[in-house]
Design a protein around this ligand. Structure first.
Ligand SMILES: C[S@@+](CC[C@H](N)C(=O)[O-])C[C@H]1O[C@@H](n2cnc3c(N)ncnc32)[C@H](O)[C@@H]1O
Length: 169
């Protein structure tokens, strides 16, 4: 994997004002959509998406926007959960979007060096423990551990780069 650096500052977006209120104070936060980012072309060095891409209603729009706002040489890092393949059932685990569709979408909009790493083994127990302590403890979220153990869904670390010399698609 490439080396990634923690940002000491940044600007975060979320559709939910409640979620924004819970985020770290060192981030500047705005109410907005990751599908229509309020940044100019090439204005962003690094784009991080944590625990969110599986909820986006249009992942191609997200990929297109991330590609647009990142500068040449910029990096995307996303940590979503997705279905492991096309055969996963479409109910019980939120959106059963196959990881391959997300990976292919990033490649399609012009990202280079798209890499996908399974990290479910490292996060699944902690994720389930967290869900069990929230108001979602009786929801689909508790199915995630079972779905991961059955090989239906997984957490992924997805990284991609914008080439230093590129032609926009
Ligand atoms: C599981 S929460 C994770 C929130 C935060 N990233 C974190 O790790 O604590 C998923 C978030 O995705 C947000 N979301 C869904 N669609 C979005 C979109 N199009 N643009 C921005 N945020 C979106 C939801 O509002 C929700 O807060």
């Amino acid at each position: 994997m490439p080396r990634w650096h923690c940002a000491s500052s940044g600007l975060g977006l979320d559709l939910s004002r409640e979620q924004l209120a819970e985020q770290p104070a060192r981030l500047v936060l705005e109410h907005g959509s990751a599908l229509v980012m309020p940044f100019g072309d090439g204005a962003v060095d690094k784009c991080y998406s944590v625990e969110a891409a599986q909820h986006f209603e249009d992942r191609t729009a997200f990929a297109t926007e991330a590609r647009r706002v990142l500068r040449p040489g910029g990096k995307l890092c996303a940590a979503p959960f997705f279905a492991t393949d096309e055969s996963a059932p479409g109910d019980g685990i939120d959106y059963a979007v196959p990881i391959e569709a997300f990976r292919a979408g990033l490649h399609e909009v012009g990202f280079a060096d798209v890499r996908v790493e399974s990290i479910g083994d490292r996060v699944r127990q902690g994720f389930d423990t967290w869900v069990s302590q929230t108001q979602c403890k009786g929801s689909w979220g508790r199915n995630w551990l079972k779905a991961n153990r059955a090989g239906l869904a997984d957490y992924f670390l997805v990284t991609a780069s914008v080439s230093r010399v590129t032609s926009r698609k």
